[in-house]
Write a protein that binds this ligand. Structure first.
Ligand code: HAM
Length: 422
C-alpha cells in the first residue's frame, strides 16, 4: 500500500467539529473591532523577504531562524508572512493612504508561518487576530488598544487575562540605555548562557528576555530602560497611557524588563498573558512602532500602534477553562427518502428546488435501502422526512412525516414547500 501522506509538522487541520469555536471567536472579533472603528484588511500570505528583514529586524529570531523563505521562478526571494504588521504597513504605503487619508484603523484575521519547534501553543502555521492603527502618535491610541483587548477577552469569556506594560523608549533615548546595559553586562558575561553571549553582540536587548533560569539573577539586577527614557517625550507618553488605563479602570502590571522579539517597537509595548496557558503564556502582544512607516519609505512623522492575539492560544485557554461551544446546528429541515431509480430522480429535482427556495434539504445518494435511509433521516434530526416509494410514484403524491409529532400525510409534491415555510 502506498505511504499515507501526513500533514506538515506544526501545521494543524481545523476539523469540522472544531469550527464552531473558531466561528464564535471570529464573529465576536468582527462585531467588537468594528464597534471600535476598525475595518478589515486582507493581505497576501507571502511577501518579498526584504519586507520582513527590514521591519521585524535582521538580528531577530524570527528573521534569522524562523522564516519560510523560498526563491520563486523569477529568482526573487519570497517569505511566508511570520506576522502581519509589516504587510499592513506595506499595503498602507503601496495604496498611498499616507497621502490620501493617513489615519487608518485596520484589523485582520489569518494564518502566519514561523519555523519554531512545535509544542502545545506553538505551531509553525498559526493564526492571529490583529489590529494596526496607522498615522497616529497620540498615547490615547495605545490605551484604546488595551481597552479593546479587555473588551475582547471579556466577550469571549476569558476575562482573567493579565496586561504587562513597558516603555522601550525611542531612537533618541534607547542608545543611551543600550550603552548602560552593555557596561553592566560586560563584566558579568561569564554568568550568562551561550545564547546571551550571541545576543550581547547582535541584539543586546534580547538578553532581558532570556528564559534561562541561570541568567535571571544577573538580568534581574540590570538597569531598566524606564530610567533612561527621555522624560519629555517617551516619559510623558508612558504617563498618559497609564493615566488613561486608570481612567477606564483597566488593571495592568508594569514589567520594566519586557522587550519584544521584533525590532520595530518604540515606546509602549505590552503582552497579554493568560494563566491557563503554561509555558507559552502570551495570548497576545503588541505596541507602538513609530519608525516603521518611515523605515519602509513613508513619511517619518507618521506613528503607528497595534497588537496581535494568537488564535490557537485563545482556543487552548477556552478549552482549559471548559468553555465549549456547541457544534453549529446543521440539522436539515427535510430528509428525502426514495425507493427506486424513478423516485430518486424525482427527489433529486425536488431537493434542488427546495434548496433554491431557502430550505436545508438532504437525501441519500449512496443507493442505500429505504430502512437505512430512514435511519439517516432520524439521525439527521430533520424536522420532516419525505418518502417517495412505489405507491407514491403511482399516485404522483409524496408522504410527508412530521418527525416530532409522528404524524404523516399524503400530499402533492408542490405543496411541501408551503408546509416547510412554517
Ligand atoms: P508576536 O508577539 O510575535 O507579535 O505574536 C503575537 C501573538 O501571536 C503571540 O502573543 C502568540 O499568542 C501568537 N503566536 C506567535 N507565535 C506563535 C506560534 N508559533 N504558535 C502559536 N501562536 C503564536 C506580532 O506578531 C506582532 N505583529 C504584534 C503586533 C501587531 N505589534 C504591533 N502590531
Amino acid at each position: 500500500m502506498a505511504l499515507k501522506i501526513q500533514g506538515v509538522k506544526g501545521a494543524a487541520d481545523i476539523l469540522p467539529q472544531e469550527i464552531a469555536t473558531w466561528h464564535f471567536v471570529e464573529e465576536k472579533t468582527r462585531e467588537l473591532f468594528e464597534r471600535f472603528g476598525f475595518k478589515e484588511i486582507r493581505t497576501p500570505v507571502f511577501e518579498h523577504t526584504e519586507l520582513f528583514v527590514r521591519s521585524v529586524g535582521e538580528g531577530t529570531d524570527i528573521v534569522t531562524k524562523e522564516m519560510y523563505t523560498f526563491v520563486d521562478k523569477a529568482e526573487k526571494s519570497l517569505t511566508m508572512r511570520p506576522e502581519e504588521t509589516a504587510s499592513v504597513v506595506r499595503a498602507y504605503l503601496q495604496h498611498s493612504y499616507h497621502v490620501k487619508e493617513p489615519f487608518q484603523k485596520w484589523y485582520y484575521i489569518g494564518p502566519m508561518f514561523r519555523r519554531e519547534r512545535p509544542q502545545a501553543g506553538r505551531q509553525r502555521q498559526f493564526h492571529q487576530i490583529g489590529v494596526e492603527v496607522l498615522g497616529g502618535s497620540d498615547p490615547q491610541l495605545d490605551a484604546e488598544l488595551l481597552s479593546l483587548t479587555v473588551q475582547f477577552f471579556e466577550a469571549i469569556s476569558l476575562n482573567d487575562i493579565e496586561i504587562k506594560l513597558n516603555n522601550v523608549g525611542c531612537n533618541q533615548c534607547r542608545p543611551k540605555y543600550i550603552g548602560a546595559l552593555k557596561e553592566y553586562l560586560k563584566s558579568r558575561l561569564a554568568k550568562l548562557c551561550e545564547d546571551c553571549h550571541v545576543r550581547f553582540e547582535k541584539n543586546i536587548l534580547r538578553i532581558l528576555d532570556c528564559k534561562n533560569k541561570d541568567c535571571r539573577p544577573v538580568i534581574d539586577k540590570a538597569p531598566v530602560i524606564l530610567d533612561s527614557i527621555c522624560p519629555d517625550l517617551c516619559g510623558r507618553h508612558y504617563e498618559v497611557v497609564k493615566n488613561r488605563l486608570k481612567l477606564l479602570g483597566i488593571t495592568f502590571t508594569e514589567d520594566p524588563h519586557m522587550v519584544r522579539g521584533l525590532d520595530y517597537y518604540t515606546r509602549t509595548v505590552f503582552e497579554i498573558v493568560h494563566p491557563a496557558l503554561g509555558a507559552q503564556d502570551a495570548i497576545g502582544a503588541g505596541g507602538r512602532y513609530d519608525n516603521l512607516i518611515g523605515d519602509l519609505g513613508g513619511p517619518k512623522e507618521l506613528g503607528a500602534t497595534g497588537f496581535a492575539f494568537g488564535m490557537e492560544r485563545i482556543l487552548m485557554a477556552l478549552t482549559k477553562k471548559n468553555v465549549t461551544l456547541k457544534e453549529k446546528s446543521l440539522n436539515p429541515d427535510i430528509f428525502l427518502v426514495s425507493l427506486g431509480e424513478d423516485a430518486s430522480k424525482q427527489n433529486f429535482k425536488l431537493l434542488y428546488d427546495l434548496r433554491c427556495r431557502g430550505i436545508t434539504a438532504e437525501m441519500d445518494m449512496t443507493g442505500r435501502s429505504v430502512k437505512a435511509q430512514m435511519r439517516s433521516a432520524n439521525k439527521s434530526n430533520a424536522r420532516f422526512t419525505l418518502i417517495r416509494g412505489e405507491d407514491e410514484i403511482k399516485s404522483g403524491k409524496v408522504t410527508l412525516k412530521n418527525m416530532k409529532e409522528g404524524t404523516e400525510e399524503s400530499l402533492d409534491p408542490d405543496k411541501v414547500i408551503n408546509i416547510l415555510k412554517y
